[in-house]
Design a protein around this ligand. Structure first.
Ligand SMILES: Nc1ncnc2c1ncn2[C@@H]1O[C@H](COP(=O)(O)OP(=O)(O)OP(=O)(O)O)[C@@H](O)[C@H]1O
Length: 643
């Protein structure tokens, strides 16, 4: 494909990415001096075995991983220097870890469009179009997580298309889909490439499927691109070999003598299932091969065999020496030609081989994309700001839109637990006030109640704010959702703020119920200072910020759970928030002053007694510092860039 600067969408030059791994920090060259380019409007398949370096390459294209050396330009923009610009022009379908699962299908699409910078009207229009195009009308108002795996994948594919971005990066888009929907996806990809000039990078293990969908293929092996070209060009490298797929009866392995016999007329590699083999041979040896199978192995040994033209899979296998990457079910669903092969009950003969029609449509698209190179194919994304030209106003708009839609999304997540959280927030502090005020002879004097009320309030807020938030972030990281958020053109600030704000509503009641409970149970007068208006949200914010910081700083979910539970346990053990520090032994007193909730409880106590002196000022200063440090720390430690 002839290319000039205007027609080039992606330009990768001498790209290397190394990782240190293992006990001794050995260097792994995940990508090793890659140089290639992808034309605008091209569908480019990235093939390779596990560990070949595909994800590393894609993560660098997305601006999520910083190259060790080399450069990447997407639509003329330097990805290393300006990763945010790439996110605004890229629709990304990760293999796992997509968010928006607790939202209705319609909203999942709409929110994604808005987060990608579309206007309200454009997001709504494209949502309606995609629902129709993907045949999702009947499930448009159902929650994404209640759909079947395949339907969910279709929705995720739709989400990747939202925003009409110039570049689409699709990681195994047809996983879990039935043949009909696989065809739908490939048709939609081909349409976008041909009519809108969308450039598509397609990562797949499914070589047969890729062959029908892509214009060009890059095969990766051990961090390098070992073959690059159109499927036809790559297949030419195999010469005019023919291929036989052999299925041994009952999934048996071939005996050594049988393999020797077959190797006398071709090369034999095992398939991806027990009892399946691929044999490549020269056309003139084909009669001998058929004879070897039907007569020497004998039809009692053979379940089935098929003769076909070499596929991209054969090229792939001949380079990697790996095993088959596609399953028989996948082969059966590959479209007209594969269906034809698959439906043949009797062994095919050489004369049955014919060109595969499914590739024709894509080849037409190649021609269209090539012909239009640099001239007509690119239709710019409707609402996406031009890279490098983001104004303060645009940033502010992005921040607010991000905050709004992420907040809405988080609220829908919160909705799944809100009844329990609220019940806990309401009942637990009441139970604490009731129980603690009856200890011994009854701690229901004004001073004891002051400690009990503020302690119970902060204990409940610490549980929800620190433990729940830290664990939520842990889940987001562990499920791989962070990559999805990071690949959207949103800011960390809006993500962090949305997380905290969505939980504040659940956290706040726990602060107020103990006061009401104590007021109802006892004749106690709290001199409530107006400073309460500051202390309540500040306490919630400070404890939430600490929860966020813990969740983002620690990677292991188990460790997050242990640490947050330990904090609650120490809080109870030392009871520093529930009783006057003077009555604690020195070690517990010190421990108390090391624990953030102590300052929140102290501030609340001072507010309820109207004693707003130096100690109160110190508490407010500590809470403010905790909020700033916690939020800034969380924003810093969240891995927006993976490395
Ligand atoms: N964060 C990391 N730290 C250390 N090594 C890494 C890291 N990420 C990837 N690698 C290594 O880099 C190499 C390429 O990994 P990569 O995930 O890019 O392969 P892949 O082709 O995407 O594999 P798969 O098909 O299994 O997803 C592997 O050897 C992998 O172990």
């Amino acid at each position: 494909m002839a290319r000039n600067d205007e027609a080039t969408a992606i330009e990768v030059r001498n790209l290397t990415r190394t990782y240190q791994s293992g006990k001794h920090g050995e260097l792994v060259r995940a990508n090793d001096d890659l140089t290639f380019s992808i034309a605008r409007g091209e569908v480019f398949g990235l093939l390779g075995a596990n560990g070949a370096g595909k994800t590393t390459l894609v993560s660098q294209l997305l601006g999520l991983v910083r190259p060790t050396s080399g450069s990447i330009r997407v639509e003329g923009v330097d990805v290393v220097a300006d990763p945010e610009a790439i996110k605004a022009m890229t629709g990304f379908l990760p293999q796992t870890g997509l968010s928006m699962r607790l939202v209705e299908v319609r909203r999942a699409l709409h929110y994604t469009g808005r987060l990608r910078g579309q206007s309200e009207g454009e997001a709504r229009r494209q949502t309606a179009e995609l629902i129709e195009e993907l045949g999702l009308d009947s499930v448009a108002d159902r929650y994404v997580n209640q759909l079947s795996g395949g339907m969910m994948r279709l929705v995720n594919f739709g989400m990747a298309l939202m925003g009409r971005t110039k570049l689409l990066i699709l990681d195994e888009p047809t996983n879990e889909l039935d043949p009909h929907n696989r065809r739908l996806i490939w048709d939609m990809v081909a349409r976008r490439s041909a009519t809108e000039g969308t450039t598509v990078v397609l990562v797949t293990h499914n070589v047969l499927e890729a062959e029908k969908a892509v214009h060009r293929v890059g095969v990766m092996h051990a961090g390098r691109i070992t073959a690059l070209g159109t499927p036809g060009e790559l297949k030419e490298q195999l010469g005019d070999k023919v291929r036989m797929e052999l299925f041994v009866k009952d999934g048996d392995a071939l005996r050594a003598s049988e393999i020797d016999r077959l190797e006398s007329v071709g090369s034999v590699v095992p398939g991806n299932r027990e009892g399946t083999y691929l044999i490549h041979s020269d056309p003139e040896q084909m009669p001998d091969l058929v004879k070897a199978v039907t007569r020497d192995l004998g039809m009692a040994r053979v379940d089935d065999f098929r003769l076909t033209r070499p596929t991209l899979e054969d090229v792939y296998l001949s380079m990697d020496g790996g095993v088959l990457a596609s399953t028989p079910e996948q082969r059966d669903g590959e479209g007209p030609s594969a269906a034809k092969e698959g439906s043949s009950a009797t062994p095919a003969v050489v004369g049955d081989l014919e060109p595969e029609p499914a590739a024709a449509g894509v080849k037409t698209a190649v021609a269209t994309a090539s012909a239009g190179s640099g001239a007509s194919v690119t239709k710019p994304a409707a609402d996406v700001a031009a890279p490098g030209r983001r104004t303060v106003k645009e940033r502010a708009r992005r921040l607010l839109v991000g905050l709004k839609y992420l907040w809405l999304e988080q609220m829908l997540e919160v909705r799944t637990t809100w009844t329990w959280s609220l019940l806990f927030g309401l009942l637990m502090p009441v139970a604490m006030v009731f129980g603690l005020s009856r200890i011994g002879g009854g701690l229901n004097d004004a001073t004891s109640l002051l400690y009990i009320v503020s302690g119970a309030a902060i204990f409940s807020v610490a549980t929800e704010g620190i433990a729940t938030l830290a664990q939520r972030i842990g889940v987001i990281k562990n499920d791989g959702m962070m990559v999805y958020y990071a690949s959207l053109p949103i800011s960390k600030a809006s993500f962090v703020a949305a997380m905290v704000l969505s939980r504040l509503l659940l956290i706040m009641p726990g602060l107020i119920t103990p006061m009401i409970a104590a007021g109802l149970m006892y004749d106690v007068d709290f001199v409530i200072s107006p400073a309460l208006v500051i202390v309540l949200p500040l306490s919630c914010l400070a404890l939430s910020a600490i929860g966020l910081a813990i969740g983002t700083l620690i990677d292991s979910m188990e460790l997050i759970v242990v640490i947050t539970n330990l904090l609650i346990f120490v809080l109870l053990l030392a009871a520093p928030v529930l009783i006057p520090p003077d009555s604690l032994p020195l070690p517990l007193r010190v421990l108390g002053y090391l624990l953030p909730p102590t300052y929140a409880a102290d501030a609340l106590r001072h507010t309820l007694s109207g004693d707003l002196g130096a100690a109160f000022a110190l508490d407010v200063a500590m809470l403010t510092a905790m909020t700033v440090l916690g939020l800034a720390g969380a924003a810093r430690w969240i891995r927006w860039r993976l490395a």
